[in-house]
Design a protein around this ligand. Structure first.
Ligand code: 9MR
Length: 443
C-alpha cells in the first residue's frame, strides 16, 4: 500500500514536472531575459481566441516576451460596440495578464479609420458630435487603464501621400477635419498622463512619399506642442527584406524631432509552399531588423504581429503567403526565433562603454572602451539626437563644438554605437557649470 502511494506520487510528480518543463518553453531562456538585460522591449500581438483557450499559447507569451499588444481587443468595434456601451472583458483580461507576468502593455488603438462599429460609420454626426464621441471614447478607454498602459497607439494610419498628407477615407477626417489628430493626442494625454503616446503607420520605414507625409505630420504636431512621444513602424514585410541606409536616415530624422521609435507589428511573410531556403531567408530578415532596432538609440521596442504561424492575419490578407512569425504551427521556435535571440545576445557582447564625459573648451570628450573609427555618438537631451564625432584610438571620442549645445545644469544622455552596430548603455551626463562635470552609466 505504502509503495503504491509513493509510486503514484512519483508518477504525479513526473507528470507535473514534464508539464512544467513543457510550459517553461522546453528549457529555452526566452527572448525577454536578454532583452531586459539591456532595457529593451520585445513583444507580440495577442489573439484573444487562443489566449482564452490554449495554455501553451499563454505560457509561451509569458515566458518569451516582456511586452504584449492586443491584435483586436482594444479596437473601437470591440471595446465600444454600441453608443454608450463599452465591453472591457478582453482588454481587462490582457491588462491583468500583463501585470501578473511583469509585461508592458501597448494599447492599440484609439483612433483608426478601420474596425469602427456600424453606429459610427452608419451614423450622421455633426463635427461637434464627432469630437464629443472621440473625447468620450478616449477618456473612457485610456482613462480606465490610466497608469497601466505603457504606450498607446493613439492614432493609427492617418496619413496618405497627397497634398495635405491626410487619409481621406476616414470617418474622423471627413467629420472633424485634419485637427482630429492633434485633438486625439491631447485627449489621450489628459486621460493617461504617463502613457507614451504613439503615432503608428505602415510603409513608412524607408525614405518615401508615405514616410515623408508621416514626417511632415509629426514635425507639425511637435512644432505645435502636441503631446506625441513616439512613432511606430508596423513593418509587415516579405522575406528577403533588408535594412538599408534610408531606414537609418528616417530613424535619425524622427529621433531629431524628439520622438522615440518602435517597430510595432513586424511579420516576415513567405510565399507558400515554402522554398527550401525560405525559412533561412526569413531568419536573415528578422536578424537584420532586430539588429537595426537594437543599434538605433531612438528604437525602444520590437513587437511582432502574433508569434505563432497558427494564428496570423497573413494567409487571409495575402493569399499564397504565410508562415510569417517566430514560432511554427505547433508553437515550436523557427530559425527566425533563433535569429532574433542571436541578435539580442550579440548586442550584449562587447558593447562599447562610456566611462567618463567632460567638457574641454568647446568640445565634449568621451572616454571609455570599445570605440572604433566608425563609431557614431548620439547626444540626446529632451530626446534630441545628434550624431557626430570620430574616435581617437579605441578609448576616446571628441565631439567638436558640443559644449555649446549642453547648457550648464543640463543632463544629457550619451550613447556610442560602434562600427559593427553595437550600442553602448546610456550614459547620463550633467554639465554642472563650475567645471566639475559629472556623469554616470544608467545601465
Ligand atoms: O491582425 C488584425 C486582423 O485580425 C484584423 O482582421 C485586421 C482588420 O483590419 O486588422 C489586423 O491588424 C492590423 C492592425 O490593427 C493595424 N495595422 C495592420 C494590421 C494588419 O492588417
Amino acid at each position: 500500500m505504502k509503495l503504491r502511494i509513493s509510486v503514484t506520487s512519483f508518477i504525479t510528480l513526473f507528470v507535473s514536472f514534464s508539464v512544467l518543463s513543457l510550459s517553461a518553453g522546453a528549457g529555452r531562456e526566452g527572448l525577454r531575459a536578454p532583452a531586459l538585460d539591456r532595457e529593451f522591449y520585445i513583444g507580440a500581438a495577442v489573439d484573444m481566441k487562443p489566449f482564452h483557450e490554449d495554455e501553451v499559447y499563454r505560457n509561451t507569451l509569458a515566458e518569451e516576451f516582456n511586452v504584449i499588444v492586443a491584435e483586436n481587443a482594444f479596437k473601437f468595434e470591440n471595446i465600444h460596440p454600441e453608443r454608450g456601451r463599452y465591453d472591457f472583458a478582453d482588454a481587462d483580461a490582457l491588462v491583468a495578464f500583463a501585470s501578473e507576468h511583469a509585461m508592458k502593455l501597448r494599447g492599440h488603438t484609439l483612433v483608426w479609420h478601420r474596425q469602427l462599429p456600424a453606429w459610427i460609420t452608419g451614423g450622421e454626426f455633426t463635427r461637434e458630435e464627432a469630437i464629443e464621441i472621440l473625447r468620450d471614447h478616449i477618456e473612457t478607454v485610456a482613462g480606465r487603464y490610466r497608469g497601466r498602459i505603457w504606450a498607446w497607439d493613439v492614432v493609427n494610419e492617418a496619413v496618405e501621400a497627397n497634398e495635405d498628407g491626410f487619409r481621406r477615407d476616414s470617418f474622423w477626417y471627413r467629420t472633424i477635419g485634419p485637427e482630429y489628430v492633434q485633438m486625439a493626442f491631447e485627449m489621450a494625454r489628459n486621460a493617461d498622463p504617463d502613457a507614451i503616446l504613439y503615432y503608428n503607420d505602415f510603409d513608412n520605414e524607408g525614405m518615401n512619399s508615405r514616410s515623408n507625409a508621416v514626417y511632415r505630420l509629426l514635425s507639425d504636431l511637435t512644432r505645435r506642442g502636441a503631446p506625441v512621444d513616439g512613432v511606430g513602424w508596423q513593418m509587415h514585410v516579405p522575406a528577403g527584406f533588408r535594412i538599408k541606409n534610408q531606414h537609418r536616415e528616417n530613424a535619425r530624422r524622427l529621433g531629431a524631432l524628439g520622438l522615440e521609435l518602435s517597430i510595432t507589428e513586424l511579420d516576415v511573410r513567405i510565399r507558400m509552399p515554402a522554398a527550401p531556403d525560405a525559412y533561412a531567408k526569413q531568419a536573415a530578415t528578422y536578424r537584420e531588423v532586430t539588429g537595426f532596432c537594437l543599434s538605433e538609440p531612438a528604437c525602444r521596442s520590437l513587437v511582432t504581429w502574433g508569434f505563432t504561424d497558427r494564428h496570423s492575419w497573413i494567409p487571409a490578407f495575402f493569399p499564397g503567403e504565410g508562415d510569417a512569425l517566430l514560432f511554427d504551427n505547433d508553437l515550436q521556435p523557427k530559425p527566425a526565433y533563433e535569429a532574433v535571440r542571436g541578435a539580442l545576445r550579440a548586442s550584449l557582447l562587447g558593447r562599447p562603454q562610456i566611462r567618463e564625459a567632460r567638457i574641454e573648451g568647446r568640445d565634449l570628450l568621451i572616454a571609455g572602451g570599445g570605440f572604433d573609427r566608425k563609431s557614431a555618438v548620439f547626444l540626446d537631451w529632451r530626446r534630441q539626437n545628434a550624431s557626430v564625432a570620430k574616435a581617437k584610438g579605441n578609448t576616446m571620442l571628441l565631439i567638436r563644438g558640443a559644449a555649446a549645445r549642453i547648457p550648464p545644469g543640463q543632463t544629457v544622455s550619451l550613447y556610442v554605437r560602434s562600427g559593427d552596430g553595437k550600442l553602448s548603455p546610456e550614459f547620463r551626463f550633467t554639465r554642472t557649470g563650475d567645471g566639475a562635470d559629472d556623469g554616470n552609466t544608467t545601465k
